[in-house]
Design a protein around this ligand. Structure first.
Ligand SMILES: O=C(O)CCC(=O)C(=O)O
Ligand SMILES: [Fe+2]
Length: 496
């Protein structure tokens, strides 16, 4: 699929540029054709104005005869229009296999709804291309794009429909409200590219309200829909039905509006904690008040780091989490991304004995062996130097390079089992340990997910927050317990 990684979406830009080129050439040819038709029209029109009595002049009469016998025929039966549209269609068909499919648009729409929820974004703002916090969380503008990227009524309608098809009225209502209000504003204008109309949006919105238990809203909208589409028998039946319900249940007689809840797709107990941490966008000022949380140049006693120590920042003492700033260089991270890009495949998660794609991990990844490029080997050596651990296969896994997609995230999980540029969102959140770390380009985050006695540290439950703006790449190196016996000896203290 395409929506699950920004690297794949970048290819869509190239595809659209090709389509744009075909359309440009079509428009040029059609403009030429229509200008020529206009010239013919003007010629005939001028003739009728200038020659009130064509019958008197034999030459004039001749041209009239010839025109009617031949010229009109050629004009009306001209093949040019067909040829032009044919060329456009052929150009499109050549790109067809590169176009996103339904699941991609659906996945992208779900990604936007995820961002809306996790970052409490306001739908009206989103439709205007601005990322602002919803009204109940003190309206604040998070991001305004440099170029205007507003959504059309039809864009909002589509998202509303995706939610509606999932019986998710919590999302379908605000998006369809937005669509209806925009369609109303442009009523009477016809946009070739649109899939839906005001009537369609009203219809879906009315039914969403009905499902959510708001019958009087459903009735108002259905009546408005009938106004535009008086022959729609189904909507007429709905109006009658809603009127009947309201008649039988006067206000206050127990017909309460069902509260529409955000669908708990993740069945996640930790969701609120996780999202709260994501919303801080990695800002944790409290952390710096603890003197133990210092920064230092660290060689870890390794000769590899003597001349160029790592810049280490303590992030958490328990669980032990450290951040190495500029762990890799721009050249290294760019190279890794380039090597990984052609091999990216949809990320999977363990599900029983098998592996499967999951809504809770939206990204694509590639495994890079140290033999594919000397940079991978260099980084392995650096990881070994920083951690003092043995990073030879089979004591670690290969480097896993991951690129997130639209609203791409990885919900809370354990790894017992990190390179990038993100402008906003995408923090790594430690749910129980209650902190999150923003994405810092070229930095590496290191933690022990096992205690020295081999038990998993529950406090390492962590997640990759949905990416709000930017392109997030991470590289994971999972180091196994096995093989480190003499490098990280065990102790008898359980909490060590
Ligand atoms: O993307 C992140 O911030 C975390 C990624 C992660 O935890 C994983 O891939 O296991
Ligand atoms: Fe992880």
């Amino acid at each position: 699929d395409m929506y699950s990684s920004m690297a794949s979406i970048q290819q869509a830009v190239t595809t659209e540029k090709v389509l744009l080129h075909h359309l440009e050439s079509y428009l040029e040819k059609e403009t030429y054709r229509l200008n020529d038709l206009r010239r013919f029209y003007d010629k005939v029109q001028a003739f009728h104005e200038a020659t009130p009595d064509p019958v008197a002049d034999p030459i004039v009469a001749y041209t009239l005869m010839k025109r009617l016998h031949l010229e009109w025929l050629n004009v009306v039966h001209s093949l040019e229009a067909t040829e032009n549209i044919q060329a456009l269609k052929e150009g499109y068909e050549k790109e067809e296999k590169r176009l996103p499919i339904f699941e991609d648009v659906e996945g992208a729409a779900k990604g936007l709804m995820r961002l809306q929820d996790v970052y409490s974004l306001n739908v009206n703002g989103m439709a205007r291309g601005k990322l602002q916090r919803a009204a109940n969380t003190a309206m604040s503008l998070l991001y305004k794009p440099p170029a205007s990227s507003t959504m059309s009524a039809d864009d909002c309608f589509h998202i509303g429909k995706v939610a509606y098809e999932m019986d998710d009225y919590y999302h379908s209502i605000p998006w369809l409200e937005e669509a209806v209000s925009m369609f109303r504003g442009s009523y009477g204008n016809w946009f070739t590219e649109d899939e839906g109309t005001l009537e369609d949006a009203l219809d879906y919105l009315a039914f969403s309200y009905y499902k959510a238990g708001n019958i009087s809203q459903a009735l108002d909208l259905s009546r408005e829909c009938l106004l535009y589409d008086p022959d729609n028998k189904r909507v007429a039946r709905n109006v009658a039905k809603y009127e009947k319900i309201l008649d039988e249940n006067p206000i206050g007689s127990g017909l309460e509006e069902a509260r529409v809840h955000r669908p708990n797709v993740t069945h996640l107990r930790t969701r609120d904690l996780y999202e709260g941490l994501c919303r801080t966008l990695g800002k944790q000022p409290k952390m710096y008040e603890n003197p133990k949380m210092f920064c230092m140049y660290d060689t870890n006693g390794s000769p590899h780091l003597t001349l160029q120590p790592l810049r280490r920042e303590m992030v958490s003492l328990d669980p032990y989490v450290v951040l190495y700033h500029d762990f890799v260089s721009d050249l290294e991270s760019e190279t890794i991304k380039e090597i990984a890009a052609p091999w990216l495949l949809r990320s999977v998660v363990a599900s029983g004995e098998k592996q499967s794609e999951a809504e809770y991990r939206i990204s694509k990844g590639a495994w890079l062996k140290d033999t594919v490029h000397s940079i991978i080997r260099t980084i392995d050596i650096r990881i070994a130097a920083a951690t003092g651990l043995n990073v030879q296969i089979p004591y670690t896994e290969h480097l896993q390079v991951v690129n997130y997609g639209i609203g791409g995230h990885y919900e809370p999980h354990f790894d017992h089992a990190t390179l990038s540029s993100v402008d906003m969102g995408g923090s790594t959140a430690f749910i129980y340990a209650n902190f999150s770390i923003p994405v810092i380009k070229n930095a590496a985050l290191f933690w022990w997910n096992l205690r020295r006695n081999g038990a998993g540290n529950e406090d390492t439950l962590h997640a990759g927050c949905p990416v709000l703006i930017g392109n997030k790449w991470v590289a994971n190196k999972w180091i196994h317990e096995y093989g480190q016996e003499f490098r990280r000896p065990c102790t008898l203290i359980p909490e060590d």
